[in-house]
Design a protein around this ligand. Structure first.
Ligand SMILES: [Zn+2]
Ligand SMILES: [Zn+2]
Length: 348
C-alpha cells in the first residue's frame, strides 16, 4: 500500500520516497531521443543555416530564429513530459475523510463508506473497480501501469520514449510535444532541401557536406512522416475525448456506439486536454482544470445514458477476457479488473 506523503501538496503526486528513475536502462530511449535532437540540430545549424547566413544574411537569420524557437519548445515539452508525473490515486479525498485505499478482505464493507464519488466505470458485478497491486479503488479512466508500478489517472498509454506514462497531468505536454516536434521536423525538411539539392548538384561541394546534408534530410523526412501520422491519431483522439486505452476498448464496439462517454464536444474536448484558456493552448504550461478523478459534468454525455444499456451484448464484448488480455499486450499495462460497465450511469 502506498504510504502517506505529507510533504507533497498535491495528493495525486506519487510517493516521493519511491525513486522516479530507478531503472537506468529504461533511460536509453530518452538518451537516444536527445542524441537524435542534438544530431539533427547540429546538421541544420552547421551545414544549412551558417552557409545561408554567409551568402544572404536575413533569410538564413530568419530560419535560424524560427528553428531555434521551435527546438526550444520541443525540448521544453519533452522535458516536462519526462519530469511531470501523470498523477496517481490519492490516499484520501480532498476532505481528508474518505479513503481511496481498500483492503481485499474489507472490500464489501468499504464499498459504501470510502470515496464513492461519481465513479461510472464498474466491474460487471456492479462493484467498484479496484487495483490489487495498489490496494486502492480506481477512479474513472484510471489504469494500473505495470512499468511505472502504480495506477495512473486518465491513463493514455505508457511511453518508453519519455520513460513515463502519458496521463492526466502530462497529457498536454505530450500533445504539444507531438505538435511542435512535427512542425519543427517539417520546417527543417522544407528549408534545408535547397541546401541539400545544391550540394548534390554542385561538383565543387565537399563529399562530407553532401553526405551529411542528404543523410540529415532523409532522417528528418522519415521522422516527420512517422511523427505526423502518430500526431494525427492522437489529435483525433483528443477531439473525440478519448484516451488510447478507451479507443482500444471502443474498437471492439459496434460503429453506432463510437461516441465516448467523456466526449464534451469539440471545444470542450480541446479544453479538457489543453486547458480552458485558448491563449495558453499552445504554451507548455500547467493550466488544465479538473482533478483527474471526476469526469461527470453537465457537458459530458454520461448523464444522458440510461440504465437499459447495462449488460448489453456490446459491453459483454468490451469486457471479455480476450479483449482485456489483448489490450494488456498492446499497451504493456495490465487492465486487471477492467470489467467496465461504463454505461451504468446516473440515469436521468
Ligand atoms: Zn494500481
Ligand atoms: Zn507507465
Amino acid at each position: 500500500m502506498a504510504s502517506a506523503h505529507p510533504l507533497s501538496m498535491d495528493p495525486s503526486s506519487p510517493d516521493p520516497s519511491k525513486p522516479r528513475f530507478g531503472e537506468p536502462v529504461k533511460l536509453l530511449p530518452v538518451i537516444f531521443v536527445f542524441g537524435s535532437m542534438i544530431f539533427l540540430w547540429s546538421i541544420y545549424i552547421v551545414y544549412h543555416c551558417l552557409p545561408v547566413i554567409a551568402a544572404s544574411y536575413w533569410p538564413g537569420f530568419f530560419e535560424l530564429i524560427v528553428f531555434n524557437v521551435l527546438t526550444g519548445l520541443v525540448l521544453t515539452c519533452y522535458i516536462r513530459c519526462i519530469l511531470q508525473h501523470p498523477g496517481t490515486i490519492p490516499d484520501k479525498d480532498l476532505s481528508g475523510v474518505a479513503t481511496w485505499e481498500c483492503l481485499p478482505q474489507d472490500e464489501s464493507k468499504l464499498k459504501y463508506t470510502s470515496c464513492e464519488g461519481d465513479a461510472q466505470e464498474k466491474k460487471r458485478s456492479g462493484e467498484r473497480r479496484t487495483c490489487k497491486w495498489c490496494s486502492k479503488y480506481k477512479p474513472d479512466r484510471c489504469h494500473h501501469c505495470r512499468v511505472c508500478r502504480m495506477c495512473i489517472l486518465k491513463m493514455d498509454h505508457h511511453c518508453p520514449w519519455i520513460y513515463n506514462c502519458v496521463g492526466f497531468k502530462n497529457h498536454k505536454y505530450f500533445m504539444l510535444l507531438l505538435f511542435y516536434g512535427t512542425l519543427c521536423l517539417f520546417f527543417m525538411v522544407w528549408t534545408m532541401m535547397p541546401s541539400a539539392l545544391k550540394a548534390t548538384r554542385d561538383p565543387q561541394s565537399p563529399f562530407t557536406d553532401v553526405m551529411v546534408l542528404v543523410f540529415g534530410e532523409s532522417i528528418a523526412t522519415i521522422l516527420a512522416v512517422l511523427l505526423s501520422m502518430f500526431s494525427a491519431f492522437h489529435f483525433w483522439l483528443m477531439l473525440q475525448g478519448m484516451t488510447t486505452i478507451e479507443y482500444c476498448e471502443k474498437s471492439k464496439k459496434d460503429s453506432s456506439r463510437k461516441r465516448s462517454h467523456y466526449n464534451r464536444g469539440l471545444l470542450g474536448n480541446i479544453c479538457a486536454s489543453l486547458g480552458d484558456n485558448p491563449f495558453l493552448w499552445l504554451l507548455p504550461c500547467n493550466n488544465v482544470g479538473g482533478d483527474g478523478i471526476t469526469y461527470v459534468s453537465e457537458d459530458t454525455p454520461l448523464r444522458l445514458c440510461s440504465n437499459k444499456d447495462v449488460g448489453s451484448p456490446l459491453e459483454k464484448s468490451l469486457t471479455s477476457p480476450r479483449t482485456l488480455q489483448k489490450m494488456e499486450l498492446n499497451l504493456g499495462s495490465p487492465i486487471i479488473d477492467n470489467t467496465l460497465t461504463s454505461s451504468k450511469l446516473l440515469g436521468v
